[in-house]
Design a protein around this ligand. Structure first.
Ligand code: AMP
Length: 282
């Protein structure tokens, strides 16, 4: 496995890879089975697989969240090596944000920019677009692998790729979960013993939404579903039913073919997001 810290060294290496398409998996490290599934998806597509590890400061609206973000470089490299990743790119902040090199892309996000995660994490998606556009420029992959766990991010990056005419295929990868149903996340390590036995309720709530969808109105279903999370250490930020294609919030899903339920919940001081398709397909 090759390890690169500079754009120049990475480019010199990748310019000599012509036998396989380049598959790219951007990450912020603290790697787990969710990330592993993205690497595997790239390998399964026959790609020369490049992962990046870069904790992007511009997508954190909360400085303490950035400081608390787990950094486990040795374990990450070990995981990538053992799964058979071909190359890893671990740039410094100064390499990514060289002067004038990384403007926030001008993309019309419409409602996507300021609903759901966009409403609660101001500036977050601008930072995500900025770093993904810059990483795509540096890695220049044929296929970009991203997780459906961050569904709004995926939808926004798809829109950015279309609007900027970036030549890359975006390959969405399904959510990987713990056996309890909890979506795997780097943040889960911060869940304490009081909340841990109950965090499966996020998945249970979404699953209930899936089972009950269409049997009652969306407002009635929301009212019932949120009761499942009525515990003192949970604080629900949102639970919404969305058109899976463009993530518009639905109050009536009867004539929409593909519907996803999405939520964000604080479990004490850990913010968790999850989603589940309740009707149709992505
Ligand atoms: P992050 O390191 O959190 O920026 O995530 C890097 C990529 O891994 C993103 O495309 C995420 O959507 C994806 N990812 C994170 N957790 C999971 C999961 N549990 N299942 C599938 N993909 C995931």
């Amino acid at each position: 496995m090759f390890l690169f810290k500079t754009e120049l060294a990475l480019r010199q290496h990748l310019d000599n890879i012509s036998s396989k398409p380049i598959g790219f998996v951007p990450t912020m490290g603290a790697l787990h089975k969710g990330h592993e599934s993205l690497i595997q998806a790239s390998k399964d597509r026959g790609c020369y697989t490049v992962a990046s590890i870069f904790v992007n400061p511009t997508q954190f609206n909360d400085k303490s969240d950035l400081e608390k973000y787990p950094r486990t470089m040795d374990a990450d490299l070990d995981l990538l090596y053992h799964i058979g990743c071909d190359a890893v790119f671990c740039p410094e902040v100064s390499e990514v944000y060289k002067e004038g090199k990384a403007p926030v892309p001008s993309v019309d996000l419409g409602h996507l920019g300021n609903t759901l995660e966009g409403a609660f994490r101001k500036g977050h998606f601008e930072g995500v677009m900025q770093v993904v556009a810059r990483l795509l420029e540096m890695v220049s992959p044929q296929i970009l692998f991203m997780g459906q766990k961050d569904l709004q991010q995926l939808t926004i990056i798809q829109r950015m790729i279309q609007q900027l005419g970036i030549e890359v295929e975006l390959a969405p990868c399904p959510i990987v979960r713990e056996s309890s149903g909890l979506a795997i996340s780097s943040r889960n390590a911060r869940l304490d013993e009081v909340v841990l036995p109950h965090v499966h309720l996020l998945h249970d709530t979404l699953f209930y939404c899936k089972q009950q969808f269409g049997k009652m109105t969306i407002p009635a279903l929301k009212e019932q579903a949120v009761q499942k999370l009525d515990l003192p250490f949970f604080k629900l930020e949102y639970l919404e039913f969305l058109n899976a294609q463009d993530l518009t919030i639905l109050s009536n899903g009867a004539d929409v073919d593909n519907v996803v339920a999405a939520m964000a919940v604080w479990a004490k001081d850990v913010r968790l997001i999850d989603n589940m398709l309740v009707k149709g397909k992505f």
